[in-house]
Design a protein around this ligand. Structure first.
Ligand SMILES: Cc1cc2nc3c(=O)[nH]c(=O)nc-3n(C[C@H](O)[C@H](O)[C@H](O)COP(=O)(O)O)c2cc1C
Length: 228
């Protein structure tokens, strides 16, 4: 698969088929993704992979509580900065509206919205759930490194016919997840990721999030005029 196709075809998949993914495939993706760059080659990523019985056990622990308690155990870090400013707040709202419209949940239907949000804690029925963690000593540069690793995982997944969804929502259950994974205390959970084969018919997979055109976020100087 051409890298351009991998980038273009990745989207946050929120409904998966039950088709299992072999451990060897996930292992290979994680190993290849470790070619991601990191400042000073610190490779600060730590990954925990669940499938089968342990995945089911974690979901049983959290999913019923998540349905009743939107705030969970409280996020361990600010998922968004408090008082998120424009244009970011509007972008965030727009993607939420597109998501809920795709599944016919009205803006004012809070329970309906919450039922969908709570599906995060089922990994959207994906056969594989991953968690990404990083040492608490690390700062923004290393968190950026972790992000590069995660995106490399998501792009490589496309080459194996897999789809993914990164999930910060899991920070709201960081205590239960950390205890379940027996995370050493020096590690902080960043996010989860659902991984598997997309359900191509699910309504929630039928829309795509918008992007600003390049002129909106990049400026270019000093290039020669292209020959016409
Ligand atoms: C680090 C990270 C965490 C995310 N957390 C969640 C999440 O908890 N639940 C969810 O449904 N989507 C989550 N997303 C998906 C974003 O909403 C999505 O990437 C964004 O709207 C752009 O859409 P696209 O990924 O389909 O291109 C997350 C994405 C990233 C990169």
């Amino acid at each position: 698969m051409d890298i351009r196709d991998a980038v273009a075809s990745r989207f946050s998949c929120r409904a998966f088929l039950p088709t299992p993914v072999p451990e060897a495939t996930v292992r290979e993706i994680l190993e290849r993704a470790a070619r991601a760059p990191s400042g000073g080659n610190l490779q600060p990523w730590r990954v925990y992979v669940l499938a089968g019985a342990p995945l089911a056990a974690l979901k049983r622990k959290i999913a019923p509580r998540a349905l009743e308690n939107p705030r969970g155990e409280g996020a361990e870090y600010d998922v968004y900065p408090p008082g998120l400013k424009e244009p970011y707040e509007s972008r965030r709202r727009a993607v939420g509206e597109l998501l809920y419209r795709a599944i016919g949940v009205a803006r004012e239907d809070r329970p309906g919205r919450y039922r969908q949000y709570a599906r995060n804690f089922l990994f959207f029925d994906a056969p594989v759930g991953l968690f990404f963690a990083i040492d608490r000593q690390m700062g923004p540069p290393q968190w950026a490194d972790l992000g590069m690793y995660i995106q490399t995982v998501m792009l490589l997944a496309r080459a194996y016919g897999l789809h993914s969804c990164a999930q910060e929502a899991w920070t709201y259950w960081h205590k239960t997840v950390s205890a379940f994974l027996e995370l050493p205390p020096e590690l902080i959970l960043f996010c989860g990721m659902a991984l598997g084969y997309a359900d191509p018919d699910a309504a929630i997979n039928q829309w795509r999030s918008p992007r600003e055109p390049v002129g909106g976020f990049a400026s270019f100087r000093g290039f020669e005029e292209a020959d016409s």
